[in-house]
Design a binder for this molecule. Structure first.
Ligand SMILES: [Cu+2]
Length: 188
């Protein structure tokens, strides 16, 4: 009897990682305006939002605004403006402190150390990596952008966070294929 219970427990434990692995996952390889690699941002869908893990270097020390921008296009020649405005399928104001906000692509500020290294994680349930209504993966994808300064969570349209200093196209590594013909999740 005990052996049967133990075997059942083993099967449950063995199955759990396989089930978890099917949840959507994505990664963004970050680059600076000079084209140099600046690390990665990892996205893991959980039952309670998307877990975002930053592994970045080459930043100026101190706080940086980081947002999901609406287009998967990081062109350094146009200073990453090609990534478009913040991800927001419906018209919303920017900022956690603002009435009518935030943009679903808004994230809390992150802090680089004296060496310009940033290791941190955060969780957002304002967007998803699947194909549902909250998905960032519309026809033209999405990008994650690091700004030169902190987000004041108030100023429009981007929290007075300054230049875009690093950008990475968010690429899904696990999950359904990108939707075809879905409208752009854009708002100025
Ligand atoms: Cu931004």
């Amino acid at each position: 009897m005990d052996k049967v219970v133990a075997l059942a427990a083993c099967l449950v434990l063995a199955a759990a990682p396989a089930l978890a692995a099917r949840k959507p996952h994505a990664v963004a390889k970050m680059a600076g305006l000079d084209g140099k690699a600046m690390g990665t941002v990892d996205f893991a869908q959980t039952n309670h939002g998307v877990l975002i893990t930053f592994d970045l270097h080459g930043l100026s020390p101190g706080p940086h605004a980081i947002h999901i921008h609406t287009s998967g296009n990081c062109d350094a020649k146009v200073k990453f403006t090609s990534a478009g405005p913040h991800f927001s399928p419906e018209p919303k104001n920017h900022g956690f402190m603002v009435k009518g906000g935030p943009h679903p692509g808004d994230l809390p500020n992150q802090f680089a150390d004296e060496a310009g290294v940033l290791h941190a994680s955060t969780l957002s349930n304002m967007f998803s990596l699947g194909n549902g209504k909250k998905s960032i993966f519309d026809r033209d994808g999405a990008a994650i952008v690091v700004h030169a300064k902190a987000d004041d969570y108030t100023s429009q349209p981007a929290g007075d966070s300054g230049d875009r200093v690093a950008c990475g196209v968010i690429v899904r590594t696990v999950g359904p294929a990108a939707r075809k013909g879905a409208k752009r999740n854009t708002h100025a």
